[in-house]
Design a protein around this ligand. Structure first.
Ligand SMILES: Cc1cc2nc3c(=O)[nH]c(=O)nc-3n(C[C@H](O)[C@H](O)[C@H](O)COP(=O)(O)OP(=O)(O)OC[C@H]3O[C@@H](n4cnc5c(N)ncnc54)[C@H](O)[C@@H]3O)c2cc1C
Length: 457
């Protein structure tokens, strides 16, 4: 089977889906090809969910530019679609004299990146903002615009919107070979052959492999594992801001942050690994986080843990994103997007679109561009179980199935009526928050599995 498209996007992570959404607003025939059975199954499903402003990026880098470009777009998109997002501010804390001396430089860096609502803080200011911090903070730095965002919803929202606007999604179709044709490219995607005028490589950890398939081996991805601990909602009152360490050249370091679901995160670690599938947590990794967490917010480590998880950053030998538009070959690489791709996703999509337009892609806007709304998954949003009007209209919104996360039967059933319904428990989990709570599905998994069997096509 072979079919021809204007644009083929390889990879359905947050970057590929953001690009698909943007391109679907034009009269273009688009296909998104994903190796897994759903969108958001790679790095995009295991991150820290910080909505970065780009205040600490290297000034002049593409990462700094695209984070700044993305920030207002993603904030408006969250407002328009209902994706959970809170602008809680980030507090960077200095624990040594050497770190305290770097604070003015970090402030200058933020301003150079256009993040101007920043303030240097004395130790007293720091403890006033975060009374549960451990002893010994020597000063800090507040970035009011930093936020937290639902880790799962953006990628699903982008994909649903792209699908609603006509994009085709191919799942379980790993791209394993590519060749140039007189009018573009031919890709071997699972058992299918896909031809396209333009190819966009958004394959995350495998973006180097796709670059090599297309004859452009420019970088190598060495996965950098980040392990994280999710603490129970009882810990939520211990922190208000995202508490950051002073970053090093290699990593942003271990942070403590509230989440939009009302938990508290501690992590991530930064460990270079060889295996692009190695997302196991380890006793050593968790122990190292506990040790660091004890210093940052001592009371946190006595709270109960809900879960531990790990994700792999697509780190390369270059610090900056590997985003290149090759107009002559009609090929775009949007890879090597290491630590900030969730936040930068909409800026990356704009940048890619412009590069393709400059490279000759004809983009006639569609007369009608459909939009979508997302379910309210955030702890500060009005959830269906607390919405009398919704329950009156459909009693299933009053029937809680997942009691830890208060997910109702109505929301679970709704997930199957969307443009990209879940086909497995993990997909349902990321769309509704079910199974994510302190019991991790011990009490509700059977009923949810039953719903999946009844509704998944
Ligand atoms: C521990 C950790 C913490 C992070 N914290 C944050 C944060 O707080 N804020 C933030 O903004 N960012 C954060 N990030 C970074 C962010 O998660 C990534 O930058 C982003 O998810 C990368 O998205 P992507 O689409 O490039 O890659 P992915 O999500 O990995 O998507 C790539 C997709 O391509 C598919 N694919 C690969 N090979 C093929 C092939 N041959 N054929 C077809 N499909 C293929 C994969 O299956 C995958 O679905 C964090 C990352 C990690 C690991």
């Amino acid at each position: 089977m072979s079919r021809r498209y204007d644009v083929a996007i390889v990879g359905g992570g947050v970057v590929g889906c953001a690009i698909a959404r943007r391109l679907s607003q034009f009269a273009l025939d688009i296909v998104l090809i994903e190796a897994e059975s759903d969108v958001g199954m790679g790095t995009s499903k295991a991150n820290t969910a910080i909505f970065h402003t780009g205040f600490d990026a290297d000034p002049g880098s593409l990462e700094a530019k695209l984070l700044r470009r993305s920030y207002p777009l993603l904030r408006s998109y969250c407002d328009a679609t209902g994706i959970a997002c809170e602008i809680n501010g980030a507090l960077m804390v200095a624990w040594t004299e050497e770190q305290a001396e770097r604070l003015p430089d970090i402030s200058a860096n933020a301003r150079a990146n256009g993040v101007i609502d920043v303030r240097l803080l004395s130790p007293d200011d720091v403890y006033e903002l975060e009374p549960h911090l451990g002893p010994g903070a020597l000063g800090g730095f507040l970035v009011r615009e930093e936020g937290i965002i639902c880790p799962f919803s953006p990628v699903i929202a982008y994909a649903r919107e792209a699908k609603r606007n006509g994009a085709t999604f191919m799942f379980n179709a790993p791209v394993s070979a590519a060749e140039s044709t007189p009018d573009g490219h031919a890709l071997k995607a699972g058992a299918s052959r896909v031809e396209a005028n333009w190819v966009i490589n958004a394959a995350g950890l495998h973006s180097d492999d796709i670059d090599a398939h297309l004859g452009m081996p420019r970088f190598r991805v060495t996965p950098r594992k980040g392990q994280l601990i999710v603490f129970d909602k009882f810990a939520r009152s211990l922190v208000s801001h995202t508490i950051l360490p002073i970053p090093t050249a290699r990593t942003k370091g271990v942070l403590v942050s509230p989440t939009t679901f009302g938990n508290v995160l501690l992590g991530p670690t930064a460990e270079d690994v060889e295996d692009k599938t190695d997302t196991e947590t380890s006793a050593d990794g968790i122990a190292s986080l506990i040790e660091k967490g004890r210093r940052i917010v001592p009371a946190l480590v006595n709270e109960e843990m809900t879960a531990c998880y790990a994700g792999l950053r697509a780190a390369t030998e270059h610090k900056d994103y590997q985003v290149h538009v090759d107009a002559a070959r009609r090929y775009v690489c949007a890879g090597g997007i290491r630590s900030t791709g969730l936040s930068a996703s909409m800026g990356i999509a704009e940048h890619v679109l412009e590069g393709m337009q400059d490279g000759g892609l004809s983009t006639r806007p569609k007369a009608d561009v459909a939009t979508i709304t997302m379910p309210p998954l955030g702890a500060t949003q009005r959830r269906p179980f607390e919405d009398d009007e919704r329950i009156h209209g459909n009693p299933d919104y009053g029937r809680v199935v997942c009691h830890c996360e208060k997910v109702t039967r109505g929301e679970l059933v709704d997930a199957f009526t969307t443009e990209l319904p879940p086909t497995h428990l993990d997909g349902l989990r990321r769309r509704t928050r079910c199974l994510l709570g302190r019991c991790q599905g011990f009490y509700c998994r059977a009923e949810i599995q039953q719903l999946l069997q009844e509704h998944a096509s």
